[in-house]
Design a protein around this ligand. Structure first.
Ligand code: GDP
Length: 484
């Protein structure tokens, strides 16, 4: 909720209230200290507990990063059969799954998990990510070295050294009193969309299982889910989370602005587009439109949904039925309202642009409509495609108003970074848009699409929102949960 939020005192504070470390060379990552110049100021205060936690993490990361003696020591442990109690540096490894939106959500999730468990997060850099994000930790690297002895690709839902498999087959004891010497030094945690169907992967969110996992020196986490709301289900994390985030819905907003900074190549794209088309607008309206296989809809129908939504929510002016130019009512034409359409489809943009090209508006305002790219299909493993996607997420995050697609992580990331509660385009039914066509989000944090749905102690099924405080079902995705 917006209650209890206070205006940040210095709106263009380049360190975002202590969220960002001052210890970087600005030129190495221009987006880090410049994004806020183009975004509306965040109304949310960053807690001092979070900032001190981040500074401590940066120290730990420096101490344990690749090429340090402590890293080498932990690496040697991998060759042994068992975890070790007294290692100073323990790790959580992140590996990319799905599109850019999903990846940003899981990077933040894994990082928060690292903060809560005193681990260091390292990432598996694939070729489609080499020039996407800046290094987030000062004087250090977050990339796993390429000669890392474990083949990260080799792990998926059926892997026999996943935590779920090992518990299901009694290969390890989920009794949290087991000593580390009874546990392997490396463990795979599978929390992808299909994780609830197999074995016991879901027990990741149970208190006893977290005790066991905490003793394992190296863990690899593969997920396409925003698991942060699930971390609130673990009692021993809850207090710490409350201290870091007095306002629960600001988790991604704050950690995303801390961790995720587009590389200079992507920032160049963002700035060239922004300055060419959007910077002078008096109001920027972002429309992010996706079509999912589980909610099929024609471009024509999606176009109509967007028109009806923007009219009934008074986001964009109506068309003048007279056809004639209504110049007497025109407002400041030097700075029209700008609509940024991001979508894989060029036709959708053509329709929206034509509407305001062929007709004047009842208010006399001029509406300019832009679309940076339209690749038509989602492409996998391509750096340039990913760079465009990230640039568009960033451009959307400079908006004043956002309309995003239900269930789209691409949309979640843009509105959460922007601190804007978006209007969700609600999913189609029988290929038609529903009525109402869109609904405003009540909160700012992204949705966890496939949360656990059972009570740890009894394994009895329950409504996921009952598993922790501060949870509600997502407005755009009924079975998902989100923080409020
Ligand atoms: P989600 O599927 O909507 O949850 O979002 P993801 O970002 O995880 O995956 C969708 C992927 O499709 C993106 O990462 C892009 O590669 C591509 N994509 C989808 N919509 C757009 C868009 O509007 N612009 C661009 N450039 N790419 C898009």
């Amino acid at each position: 909720s917006t209650e209890g939020t206070a205006k940040a005192t210095v709106p263009k504070d380049r360190l975002l209230g202590g969220l960002l470390s001052p210890d970087f060379n600005e030129q190495s990552c221009l987006s880090r200290y410049q994004s806020m110049l183009h975004r509306k100021a965040s109304p949310y205060i960053v807690s001092s507990h979070l900032t001190s936690k981040l500074r401590k993490y940066e120290e730990l990361h420096k101490k344990c990063a690749p090429n340090t003696p402590l890293f080498k020591k932990s690496l040697q442990q991998l060759k042994k059969k068992q975890s070790m109690d007294q290692l100073e540096c323990n790790y959580v490894l992140w590996s990319p799954v799905a599109g850019i939106g999903n990846r940003m959500l899981t990077l933040v999730s894994a990082f928060l998990y690292a903060l809560l468990t005193n681990r260091v997060m390292l990432i598996h850099q694939t070729a489609d990510m080499v020039d996407l994000f800046c290094e987030p930790f000062p004087g250090s690297t977050w990339y796993l070295p390429s000669d890392f002895p474990i083949n990260i690709y080799g792990y998926d839902v059926h892997s026999q050294n996943s935590y779920g498999f090992m518990v299901a087959h009694n290969l390890i004891n989920s009794d949290h009193d087991s000593p580390p010497s009874a546990l392997p030094p490396f463990m795979y945690l599978h929390i992808k969309y299909n994780y609830r169907e197999q074995d016991l992967h879901t027990r990741f969110f149970c208190a006893d299982d977290q005790e066991v996992i905490s003793k394992i020196n190296w863990i690899l986490l593969k997920s396409d889910n925003y698991i942060v709301p699930g971390l609130f289900m673990v009692p021993k994390f809850e207090k710490e989370l409350e201290r870091m985030f007095p306002l629960k819905e600001t988790v991604f907003h704050n950690l995303g602005r801390y961790l995720l900074h587009p590389s200079n190549s992507v920032w160049g794209m963002v700035m060239r587009y922004h300055k060419s088309y959007l910077a002078k607008a008096k109001e920027k309206i972002g429309i992010q439109a996706r079509i999912f296989f589980w909610a099929p809809i024609s471009i024509d129908e999606l176009y109509k949904q967007i028109v009806v939504c923007t009219q009934i929510k008074s986001i964009l002016p109506q068309l003048n039925p007279e056809q004639s130019e209504n110049s007497s009512m025109a407002t400041d034409e030097a700075s029209p309202r700008a609509v940024l359409v991001t979508s894989l489809y060029g036709e959708l943009y053509d329709r929206i642009r034509d509407m305001y090209y062929m007709h004047s508006t009842t208010t006399g305002e001029i509406i300019s409509v832009y679309q940076p790219s339209h690749d038509e299909n989602q492409q996998f493993d391509q750096l340039v495609h990913n760079q465009k996607a990230l640039a568009e997420i960033w451009l959307l995050s400079f908006s004043d108003v956002l309309i995003t697609t239900s269930g789209s992580t691409f949309g979640y990331v843009s509105y959460s970074l922007a601190s804007i509660k978006p209007f969700f385009l609600l999913s189609s039914k029988d290929q038609k848009f529903p009525h109402p066509p869109c609904r405003r989000s009540i909160t700012l944090d992204p949705c966890f699409h496939s949360p656990p749905d059972f009570i740890c102690k009894t394994s009895n099924k329950t409504d996921s929102v009952k598993l922790a405080r501060y949870l509600r079902h997502c407005e755009d995705y009924g079975e998902g949960i989100k923080l409020f």
